[in-house]
Design a protein around this ligand. Sequence first.
Ligand code: ZN
Length: 437
Amino acid sequence: MSSEVETLQALLRIPTVSTRDADAWDHEAFAAFHAELSERFPLLHTKLELTRAGRYGLLFRWPGASADRPVVLMAHMDVVPVEGGQWTHPPFAGIVEDGVIWGRGTLDDKASLVAICLAVEDLLAAGHVPAQDVWLSFGSDEEVAGQAAPAAVEELRRRGVEPWFVLDEGGAVAYDAFPGVTEPIAVVGVTEKGITSLELRVEGRGGHASTPSKLGPTARLARAITRLDRSAMPASMPEATLALFRRAAPLAAQPMRSVLTAASRVPALLTRLLLAAGPEPAAMVRSTFAVTTLSGSPSLNVVAASATAGVNIRVMIGDTVSDVVEHVRRAVNDDKVQIRIIDAGEPSPSSPVDEAFDLLSAATARHFPEAVTAPYVMMAATDARHFTAISRRVYRFTPFEMTKAQREAIHSHDEHLHVSAFLKGVAWYGTLLRSLP
Ligand SMILES: [Zn+2]
């Protein structure tokens, strides 16, 4: 076993699970993770300057030959809890079998953190000085949208650091990502949808369940939900999605190639195609509304005095929080349904596909010659979104080959990464760091 893989195994075995309630955390696990990191990466811990960000977040500065175009590499050390599912190997055992590393955090996101550290340690050992200041920002509460990443941004802002680009988790060297395409596509997220949550509430008199009146809080809320479910916001085609289709369409097998090539020439046509292709493709072109929580009376024989529903909204690039709230208000069309914003998250600004993006493409072409690099819009949220406040170029990409089954294992069971993919990822970060202009 290579020492690179042993290092990853050791860190996978430390259960750095983050949950909403920070008091319930295994604080010793986070301390142990820090200790293991400093033991495994002695040069990184002596040559780089360390600042804590939030409770367990780490922000390292590697001084470069110049501080003009600083770069930030991000990853996070926390993982989501293990809830059910049949694991082939225990999630925190760090098992390697037949060239595959198993465990929670292999894809999301410890392997990326370890790969970055291995690349840096290696370059330090070789006496390399990066062309630009390199910052490593390792979050500790990404999975619960916590405070470590905002704290790192605040620290960089305080020091007047305006990153030339920021690289966080997100896309991957993805197999089976595109209909009819067998080659991998290295998808780099250049923006992400916003996450907004609303509460719908209807108040009433309550009373005894033996004498209910018509259209009480629960019925009125149900009507509002079905109205919302039947309505949709207008769709639109973001530049990044169009670019993804234009780059991937020529790789598809016939007859898909002709269909996609024709559609990607006419944005309106491609939009219609995606809307018709099912919920996943449709989510690429419009805001989505999911009613996730419901509550009414706590007792079977009591009419609800109030009924509430939670709506989780993914705000499309080009829409705003106020647009989606207005859409809900109009779709529900009932003054007695109160609408309250619980969380407001706007979509991220789009990062340019320019020379910084080309650096990522060049490193990818070197280590994954069969892959095409393309921008895309991320559906999920990352810590990277906080960095859009201080940098125009925020990219979301992890340099690991991933199949569809692997992507589905993220936040689920049987998360795993191939040893060969991990080692290629380490080399990819090394190439990127050496190629900074
Ligand atoms: Zn993650």
